[in-house]
Design a binder for this molecule. Structure first.
Ligand SMILES: [Zn+2]
Ligand SMILES: [Zn+2]
Length: 143
């Protein structure tokens, strides 16, 4: 399943005539495999030992490119470093206020919000996002 996701992403890169470098592949694979919504820095640290010549800037550039292609979503939270999410399906985030862990959840009926918002405001609604905050199960257990 996860290999399929990497394969799909790779074929999209090929369609866009983007060269698949080993670093690029590794960044993509990391995002698919560890669905932790990592920052560029976290990815860099995880791959550093495999690619000693790779810089944080390389990781950033690859993430930008994947974001532009729509394979990855950049999550911006004010001043904090952006987090990156490999996602092809719309989903929402539950964020732990204690450890910062982010869990995905799907809730398709929220699509209705866009229709309602369009009706109420006259906007042509393009997108929405939602985050909920709380304490993750692991932190609940420790408390
Ligand atoms: Zn937690
Ligand atoms: Zn996510």
């Amino acid at each position: 399943m996860e290999n399929e996701m990497v394969k799909d992403a790779i074929s999209k890169l090929k369609e866009a005539n983007i060269r698949i470098t080993p670093q690029r592949y590794a960044v993509l694979e990391y995002l698919v495999e560890y669905h932790t919504h990592p920052t560029a820095d976290e990815i860099y640290r995880a791959l550093e030992s495999r690619f000693p010549n790779m810089s944080v800037a390389t990781v950033y550039n690859n993430l930008r490119m994947l974001t532009e292609l729509g394979l990855v979503q950049e999550m911006k939270y004010g001043d904090a470093s952006s987090r990156f999410d490999f996602s092809t399906h719309r989903h929402y985030h539950a964020i732990c206020q204690n450890c910062g862990k982010i869990a995905d959840f799907h809730y398709p009926s929220l699509d209705d919000v866009e229709i309602a918002a369009g009706r109420l405001t006259g906007f042509d609604i393009q997108d929405h996002r939602l985050e909920v905050y709380g304490i993750c199960p692991e932190c609940q257990e420790k408390m």
